[in-house]
Design a protein. Sequence first.
Length: 240
Amino acid sequence: MINVYIADDEVWITLGLKKLLEKLDIDARVVGTANNGLTAKEEIAFFKPDVVFTDIRMPGLTGLELLRAIPEVSPDSKVVIISGYAEFSYAQEAVQHHAFDYLLKPIKEEELTRVMSAIINNMGAETGDESREPAYDRVIDNVITEIREHYMEDISLTSLAAKYNISMGHLSKMIKEHLKVNFSDYIASLRIQRSKELLRDDSLSIQEIAEIVGYNDYFYFTKVFKKVEGISPSKYRKSI
């Protein structure tokens, strides 16, 4: 039995998530709900749920504040952030650092299935199934290979997590442990290194180079290049 706790100040989200969980072919039950972060923290400390779904925006404590508090009161709980599109960047940041995964509103059954399956797999690994470790090693090797082969394309942590049936939070952690940098920084470094090679070709404009390495926005490419190299692409071209 997987015990689930839901913290969201929108009642229809809580009810909808409970109904979706009931539809899934898993042994899960909702042990509690709250519409504010302070109540959620107290009840999570009491129930020690396996999984916590929490909204980004809540009174009392925000979802991110609750996320930081949960390890102190229920260290084994897996936290899944619920967010709207306007809060998407916060959800991504949460996944990269603490959260197990995130779901966008409105929550879709297939996405909830993916997240719960990943949680079940993760819980299985934590209960001592050592045979999973070589499997995870193979997964990260495959992921790194795929990133290196397709970094100039529209590749994302979301798509990789779905392809390899693993949570975004866990995949992000594995990548950082393996490469010593996070996913987005690794993609940026690969793209910028390739762009430096292309900048030697005067027949290519900087806009064309940006598009070749995977940036459709010229100004964003320039910003990333300057962050990595310390100078703009045009100045780098002049220097060589």
